[in-house]
Design a protein around this ligand. Structure first.
Ligand code: 0X9
Ligand code: ZN
Length: 437
């Protein structure tokens, strides 16, 4: 990349004058400041027919020169999505053809999707002045706007309490909201956007908060939800990464803390929890999107989330919300000792009912199952840790809409915000109704 090029030049330059060094650093900073374009990037859906096909593609993607990255990691022998840079797309596809691996082009130009998403934002966004209630769900809001809105909710509603759970690596305030109509109730804990680019998760979280607060007096279902549980939300679990997707790189996934490689930033926060940390679905190359960090809880954000969850008494449900693929993932994401937790049948029963409800809202089908069965095994995940170490019986990792890369994957028009909010809220309602102590 541009940044790599400049840094290589900086360090191989024989000039040692301070002036040149300053110039180099300024250029590096400039390189970071620009907004990355995905012009000509393609997303290729691989349809493997044998385990060898999967292995071949995994080694292709592992080759850094291929400039390929996963939108979805490979699972067993099921389709998965890989994004390839324009300059390597042809060689990548030629390699697939040569090895006789089936594929389809899901997205022929990622930048067109990003532009469509931006256009939908420009069309749909409403200012707080224009509509002081609904503006918050009219767009993919910036972190500051979300924090200000949370504070507003805290001051407008007696049953809402807003607290900081700590600061991110870059110093952003990680604000959580608790909604409680009484005391001594079991808790439901939900966080969104632990992965920065999974934008649809943020307004889906916000929709749930807003609905619980604004419809308590008018909707009997909502009242029952608030009267039977304490609700805790962290709408932006990875604020540095989230802001970076707004300012610099729409496809950023990780945190923004430095690693031992000067050229590569960030840890995959959903590989950084203390749940068989570093054992599966990770890559110890700090440039990888699934770099698990230098140790479990190396990231300040995952430490804050850990401490926040631990501080909440009698937790019954934890949702670590992701996108995309339309799945309601059950534990274990990875566990070498047992394939399913002992109470798996009950977790599956409630999730299956919740997904029937979700489907009744907009017709979207979500699949229930464990990552090793329906996605891919990965250790260090937040929801495995919440169940195994924080004692949350019902722990899931939902993967929200869309179902596939053809619909845009992580990139979705803002017209999806309200439908996603509504369908997931129905799933929450059923979870609340069906869960047992
Ligand atoms: O890989 C992940 O962290 C999640 N998928 S995503 O595309 N949103 O990145 C899946 C999380 C499932 N949990 C575990 N496998 N632990
Ligand atoms: Zn994710």
């Amino acid at each position: 990349t541009y940044k790599t090029l400049i840094l290589t030049r900086c360090f191989t330059s024989d000039s040692t004058t301070i002036m040149l060094l300053v110039l180099c650093l300024a250029l590096v900073a400039l390189g970071q400041a620009e907004h990355k374009s995905y012009e000509g990037y393609q997303v290729i859906t691989i349809n493997p027919t044998t385990a060898d096909d999967v292995r071949d593609v995994v080694s292709l993607v592992a080759d850094r020169a291929m400039k390929a990255s996963y939108w979805q990691d490979p699972v067993a022998v099921l389709p998965f999505d890989v994004m390839v840079a324009p300059e390597t797309a042809l060689v990548f596809v030629e390699a697939l053809i040569y090895k006789d691996i089936q594929y389809t082009i899901a997205v022929s130009n990622v930048q067109r999707f990003i532009e469509r998403e931006e256009a939908s934002r420009a069309r749909g966004a409403v200012s707080q002045e224009e509509d002081p209630v609904n503006y918050i769900l009219s767009d993919y809001q910036r972190h500051d706007t979300i924090n200000a809105w949370l504070n507003d909710m805290g001051s407008q509603y007696a049953m809402a309490n807003v607290n900081s759970i700590g600061s991110s690596y870059e110093g952003r305030d990680m604000r959580a909201i608790a909604i409680s109509g009484g005391s001594g109730r079991p808790a439901i804990v939900i966080d969104c956007a632990l992965h920065a680019r999974e934008w649809i998760t943020v307004p889906t979280c916000i929709y749930a908060i807003q609905t619980l607060l604004t419809q308590y007096n008018s909707n009997a279902d909502v009242r029952a939800m608030v009267d039977s549980y304490d609700w805790h939300f962290l709408p932006v679990a990875n604020p540095d990464g989230y802001e970076y997707t707004h300012t610099s790189d729409r496809m950023w996934r990780k945190t923004r803390s430095p690693t031992n490689d000067v050229l590569c930033t960030g840890t995959d926060a959903n590989r950084n929890f203390d749940a068989f940390w570093g054992e599966a679905g990770v890559d110890f190359d700090p440039c990888s999107d699934v770099y698990p960090g230098s140790r479990a809880f190396s990231e300040i954000e995952t430490q804050n989330i850990r401490d926040w969850i631990q501080s909440i008494p009698s937790k019954r449900l934890y949702l670590n919300v992701h996108s995309y693929t339309q799945l309601w993932l059950t534990p274990w994401g990875y566990n070498p000792n047992e394939r399913y937790p002992a109470d798996y049948a009950e977790l599956e029963r409630v999730a299956t009912l919740a997904m029937a409800g979700l489907r009744s809202v907009n017709g979207r089908e979500f699949i229930v199952g464990t990552p090793p069965d329906i996605l891919y095994p990965a250790s260090g995940g937040a929801y495995d840790w919440a169940k195994a170490s924080a004692g949350v019986k019902y722990s899931y990792a939902p993967e929200l809409r869309p179902a596939s890369a053809i619909e845009g994957g992580f990139i979705l028009d803002t017209t999806h915000i309200m439908p996603s909010g509504r369908e997931v809220f129905e799933a929450l309602r059923i979870h609340a109704e069906e869960m047992r102590a």
